[in-house]
Design a protein around this ligand. Structure first.
Ligand SMILES: Nc1nc2c(ncn2[C@@H]2O[C@H](COP(=O)(O)OP(=O)(O)OP(=O)(O)O)[C@@H](O)[C@H]2O)c(=O)[nH]1
Ligand SMILES: O=P(O)(O)OC[C@H]1O[C@@H](n2cnc3c(O)ncnc32)[C@H](O)[C@@H]1O
Ligand SMILES: N[C@@H](CC(=O)O)C(=O)O
Ligand SMILES: [Mg+2]
Length: 446
């Protein structure tokens, strides 16, 4: 039995949806711990594509319980659309549970997100416009509405009348927008409350029970390490904690219950939204990667920015998340390239730097220092074992693993569940966080 966290090691969209779905085969419970409908997790099974925003990527397994944890923010309208879509495809959602203390995204959150981005002009973040930042801001400001408030219709009416009148001042005076009618919002959200009521639970208790009955629990991150509010490229970040530590805060599980952390990274890098990105290539190979990798946002459809693999942020992700192993995705996207570059360090004001600088203005000035490796110029899509890979592809993977000092447990070569090489058991393999005095990993405990 093992409790495993799956995180994004870059700026999101690394393919966590695919990897979580794959690992869910051996999980009893899959939990989302942060973010909201900004996330877009794509799972492809037998040629059918599922795009999940809030529902954990374990939902395609009928016996797996799925929990939307307290660290997430819930837009009930989008969640209900997602439930409807899955049910239409005969995927059962009966085992979906929603934390009663997760915060609810309201119409004013979406309006404020979009209006504030407009007002920021050149200083915009490039958000998904889904109201994520304003929902988390209300949570911190202690004016948020939680799922349990939505379930208590009388209290909800009272709380919302006050809140909407307060938000209307902001909408009208700061953003020059028409006010919201409290009763319209109350009527709309009452319908959502009834639809979601059967799913709302004390989720930290459910997870605790799962741990005590020795169930396998997967914690599914959304976005990525460099979008983390505390550890990412602030202010160009999301408003939650996508890093592994966020799994404890966003579910109410103590850190001693976590056995292993898996980082998911693309074989190159993408970023969607504003903010510095040292290895970005706006045209040429950047365009090739974008086209071959179909790099368009799963949520907004925005074009993702593309660049070479950046081992400086890779090493940073290993450190910040305490990674035990990596899943490298989208290796197939590099199949046709003559040569492949990897950023091994940055040059900042003439100095070589191997650590991620926390100041976004300095990060924006970093010039990547590259090493160039030969490409393999053949398809890897049908490879199912390491031995099937061309030597240059193996060398590329080894180069990445050595640079980041962490082993690669999974290699993904296509969107499909089966287009995967399992190099070592990512769940029961050695726990790298624990090293013997001689630096070798301590064997996994059963
Ligand atoms: N070609 C190729 N596509 C892949 C591979 N693995 C995943 N994909 C696709 O790559 C995209 C990954 O993006 P997302 O589904 O947004 O990734 P995510 O990490 O779940 O998303 P966020 O939580 O929103 O950050 C999806 O379209 C996947 O179907 C792979 O190995 N090769
Ligand atoms: O989270 P918001 O405030 O909408 O956007 C902030 C910042 O984060 C980027 N982002 C948000 N969700 C995702 C995601 O699921 N994958 C990749 N990037 C994401 C967004 O583009 C902004 O840059
Ligand atoms: N979740 C997102 C962000 C977006 O859609 O803009 C993505 O998949 O790229
Ligand atoms: Mg995505």
């Amino acid at each position: 039995m093992a409790n495993v966290v799956v995180i994004g090691a870059q700026w999101g969209d690394e393919g966590k949806g695919k990897i979580t779905d794959l690992l869910s085969k051996s999980a009893d419970i899959v939990v989302r711990y942060q973010g909201g409908v900004n996330a877009g997790h794509t799972v492809v099974v037998n040629g059918q594509t599922f795009k999940l925003h809030l529902i954990p990527s374990g939902i395609l397994y009928p016996d797996t319980e799925c929990i939307i944890g307290c660290g997430t923010v819930i837009d009930p309208k989008v969640l209900i659309q997602e439930l409807d879509q899955l049910e239409k495809l005969n995927i059962s959602t009966a085992k979906l549970m929603i934390s009663q203390t997760a915060h609810v995204t309201m119409p004013y959150h979406r309006l404020i997100d979009v209006a504030s981005e407009e007002q920021r002009g050149n200083y915009k973040i490039g958000t998904t416009g889904r109201g994520i930042g304003p929902t988390y801001a209300d949570k911190s400001e202690r004016t948020g509405i939680r799922m349990l408030d939505l379930m208590d219709l009388e209290g909800f009416q009272e709380q919302l009348e006050w809140t909407i009148n307060h938000k209307n001042v902001i909408l009208e005076k700061l953003y020059n927008l028409p006010p919201l009618n409290p009763q319209d919002v109350i009527d709309e959200y009452r319908v959502y409350a009834e639809r979601l009521r059967p799913h709302v639970v004390d989720s930290s208790l459910k997870i605790y029970d799962g741990i005590h009955t020795r169930k396998n629990i997967l914690f599914e991150g959304a976005q990525g390490t460099l979008l983390d509010l505390d550890h990412g490229t602030y202010p160009y970040v999301t408003s939650s904690s996508p890093i592994a530590g966020g799994a404890c805060v966003g579910t109410g599980v103590g850190p001693t219950a976590i056995d292993r952390v898996i980082g998911v990274a693309k074989a190159y890098t993408t970023r969607v939204g504003e903010g510095p990105f040292p290895t970005e290539m706006v045209d040429g190979i950047g365009t090739v990667l974008g086209e071959r990798g179909a790099e368009f946002g799963t949520t907004t459809g925005r074009k993702r920015r593309c660049g070479w693999f950046d081992a400086v942020i890779g090493r940073y992700a290993v450190r910040i998340n305490g990674l035990d192993c990596l899943a490298i995705t989208k290796l197939d996207v590099l199949d046709e390239l003559e040569e492949i570059k990897v950023c091994v360090a940055y040059e900042i004001e003439g100095e070589r730097c191997v650590d991620f600088p926390k100041n976004s203005r300095i990060f924006a000035q970093c010039k990547p220092i590259y090493e160039t490796l030969p490409g393999w110029k053949q398809s890897t899509e049908d490879c199912r074992n390491l031995e099937d890979l061309p030597q240059q592809a193996l060398d590329y993977l080894k180069f990445l693993a050595d640079l980041m000092a962490v082993p690669i447990a999974i290699v993904s070569l296509g969107a499909g569940r089966d287009q995967t090489i399992i190099v070592e058991d990512p769940i029961h393999g050695p726990k790298r966080g624990l090293l013997s005095v001689d630096g070798t990993p301590v064997a996994a405990q059963s």
